[in-house]
Ligand binder design. Structure first.
Ligand code: PLP
Length: 433
């Protein structure tokens, strides 16, 4: 067994230790030595194997190709940032003028560029503020406007967001009390009116973003509730700033504010297509109370988020928007080309129509016509563990690689990945494109 010091002295590994850190390189060497012990590698191949196994960067998060057909996939990091947002993030990563005015040399308002962009994107909002995520926005609003008081909320809107996180638990954790009104399926204006009183901090409307109740249902909208004489806060969830014709059931900030909401909260990394963030938009006095509350400091976003959010708001169409608006016929053509290339290589591949979804707790029940490459199920594991990893979904013992969330420029990467997963050479020019 070659000694670790001797292997680490290999010039390629010395260079890698400077770039990736010594611990990462040592791990790669230890891995290669382990394979020698197992008899899977010759002792003189340890350095080469360690070099080949070095990661691109020291963080373990891997960039994944999402072919699940779910555009905003929470387990896969929700919204992918646009190239413009990625570039803005890289620019902000070093020293950056996040709280500094270069012209005067004096301190400046933190994140003013992102706040201006958000305010411009939603003219109906008198003021805006940004925190870590929508859950943080709700915590801040509940603390600043209702601690020790009551939040009036419909029983039909006591929502679990996912992974056990429940909005009612979150609200109660701030010291506010919930005043539940109505029933699971029906809540009327009169129910709210009977509950509102001197103890009310605000009325909260929560968009049931990840489920649907159908049948004998009824609810009071923001427009009706504005007359109650207390602030109406609306958690719209998905972060649409304006109406999206493809998703008529999905609320948006502009329409909700125009209907009379005093404050709107939303996520930055769902349909808005930006970084994880919580948006607060609405009446100046209420936004100001949230911003000035001591808790706001604990929920503030970092410069990377501010940079990505501003670029998302000002920049070109986001990957989420492009995926949402992709033409099914175009997706099917792309799937046919992919399947034909793979079939040529002897893989059992065919293009099939598919159904995609918005996901991420958005537009429940809405299916988006899509297309997929159908492959043998046994390719699912090698594709997930390949480089780059490709994640599809298994249906009826077939692996479906759905094109809805695949940027058009990456079809060639998918061909290479599938050939590699099937154990076929993926270097030929026919794999490119
Ligand atoms: C997703 C969602 C949340 C939670 O938002 P995060 O940004 O993940 O904290 C809250 N409310 C609704 C209605 C949602 O859809």
């Amino acid at each position: 067994m070659p000694r670790t010091d001797a292997v680490l002295a290999d010039p390629r590994l010395v260079e890698a230790a400077g770039r990736l850190g010594r611990a990462v390189v040592k791990d790669a060497v230890a891995c290669a030595q382990h394979r020698v012990r197992q008899g899977a590698l010759a002792p003189e191949e340890v350095a080469d194997a360690a070099v080949a196994a070095l990661p691109a960067h020291p963080a373990s998060l891997r960039s994944v190709i999402n072919m699940t057909g779910v555009i905003v996939h929470t387990n896969l990091g929700r919204a992918p940032l646009s190239p413009a947002a990625v570039a803005a993030t890289a620019a902000a990563a070093g020293y950056a003028d996040v709280e500094f005015d270069l012209a005067s040399g004096a301190r400046a308002r933190r994140g003013r560029g992102a706040m201006d962009a958000l305010a411009r994107a939603v003219p109906a909002a008198e003021d805006v503020h940004v925190v870590n995520n929508n859950a943080a926005a709700l915590v801040l609003v509940a603390t600043a406007l209702a601690a020790g008081r009551e939040i009036v909320i419909s029983r039909g809107e006591l929502v679990e967001i996912g992974d056990g996180f429940r909005i009612p638990d979150l609200l109660v954790s701030t010291g506010a009390r919930l005043r539940e009104v109505g029933t699971t399926n029906r809540t009327s204006y009169a129910d709210y009116r009977a509950a509102v009183g001197p103890l009310t901090g605000f009325v909260l409307k929560v968009h049931p973003s990840n489920f649907r109740i159908e049948g004998f249902t009824g609810s009071a909208g923001v427009a009706e509730l504005r007359g109650l004489g207390v602030p109406v806060v609306a958690d719209i969830g998905s972060g649409l700033l304006a109406r999206e014709p493809l998703l008529p059931g999905e609320p948006d900030a502009a329409t909700t504010l125009a209907a009379g909401a005093d404050l709107v909260t939303a996520s930055g990394d769902k349909l808005l297509g930006g970084p994880q963030a919580g948006l607060l938009l609405g009446r100046r006095e209420l936004v100001e109370r949230c911003r000035r509350h001591p808790l706001a400091r604990a929920l503030r976003v970092d410069k990377l988020t501010l940079a990505a959010l501003e670029a998302t708001l000002r920049g070109p169409a986001t990957p989420v928007r492009l995926a949402l608006h992709a033409e099914p016929a175009v997706l099917l053509r792309r799937a046919a080309v992919l399947a034909a290339r793979l079939a040529e290589a002897g893989i059992d591949a065919r293009a099939v129509p598919s159904e995609a979804a918005v996901g991420g707790g958005g537009a429940p029940g809405v299916t988006l016509e899509s297309a997929a490459v159908s492959l043998p199920e046994r390719l699912a594991l090698p594709l997930r563990t390949g480089d780059p990893p490709v994640v599809g979904r298994v249906e009826d013992h077939r692996l479906l690689l759905d094109l809805r969330a695949l940027p058009a420029g990456r079809d060639g990467d998918v061909v290479r990945a599938v050939l590699g997963a099937a154990g076929l050479p993926a270097d030929g020019p026919e794999a490119g494109g």
